[in-house]
Write a protein that binds this ligand. Sequence first.
Ligand SMILES: Cc1cc2nc3c(=O)[nH]c(=O)nc-3n(C[C@H](O)[C@H](O)[C@H](O)COP(=O)(O)O)c2cc1C
Length: 370
Amino acid sequence: MNAPHTVPSPVFTGTRLKGLDFANRLSVAPMTRISASPSGVPGERMQHYYERFARGGFSLITTEGIYTDKAYAQTYKGQPGLTDRQQAEAWRHVTDAVHAEGGRIFAQLMHGGALAQGNPYRSDTVGPSPVRPKGSQMAGYHGDGPYALPREISESEIADAIAGFAAAARLAIEVAGFDGIEIHGANGYLLDQFFTDFSNRRTDRWGGDIIQRFGLSLEVLKAVRAAIGPDVPLGLRLSQGKVNDFNHKWAEREEGAARVFEALAESPADFVHVTEFEAWQPAFEGGETSLVALARRHAPRLFLIANGSLHDRKRAEEVLASGADVIALGRGALVNPDWPRLAASSRDLRPFELPFLAPISDIKDSELAL
Ligand SMILES: Cc1cc2nc3c(=O)[nH]c(=O)nc-3n(C[C@H](O)[C@H](O)[C@H](O)COP(=O)(O)O)c2cc1C
């Protein structure tokens, strides 16, 4: 048992984003759990999985990455979608359950691009340029061997992908009952492939310097904003590392980060979600400032969600002090769906152990019993 804390921790203070009140600064990070039906419909298992986090005291939950169209977006077998009414109506059970427990839930919308490894709608993949992704397919999501060599996505397919994000966002808000939208611009998926110099060799308007490469994310934000109206919280997740290239760093360093966060502050986004392996570390070798602090400095207007090894409460407090509004827990929340309640009463937290997600990262019975 830890000693009881006498001073109230900043993690338990309330905050507000647009019209939404949050009782504390604790959110669940997006986590793909490939537990939907083969047609991308979330079921009761997923409902129970998500509602536990709200019951456990997390004021915000961001869903796993949800695919946005029936062309090239789906990335993993068992991934849920938001591409038709059946999928959207099934999500309604999840959002109702979370709301009944007093939580809020944002849909994370994602397009896998060249990292798609289990898409029943297409047998090939697309990316900004025909560059084979680094690393290998994710075994925990039924993948095996190297990624496919993507075909260069055409201008009209880019328009379709943008429209897919907008349509999925509309379904998320109007039918599924989500409280906000997070666009997945991080971790190596399509928007990050455009953002990354290694994977984007284009010479048209979607390629070039860091802001040109960021252009697709900005266009998606615009299209989604038009689809959901001005009042719904909308944000973008950004990272340096990728699921297939953990140590990637933005070559443009602090100066590039400044330009990106400034562009985002001018966009229709309300929030930015930054993720690093350890959120408090300097973002660039030899530098001093974390990505969280850079986001705060260059996008003071934006609500800021920070993620990365923050399951230790002192670390979480440190990152809130460096400018984050809310912190997001991934692995710590998986093993402690009641992390806020445990931490508030200074009870011991369960340590994360990898076998928890093995051999396949789907939702386990043992987990639902936690
Ligand atoms: C099983 C698992 C699935 C994940 N799936 C996603 C995802 O769908 N979308 C996303 O943006 N990040 C995803 N992530 C990354 C997490 O959101 C988070 O960034 C990562 O776990 C680091 O945070 P942590 O140190 O609190 O665990 C996933 C992580 C895990 C462990």
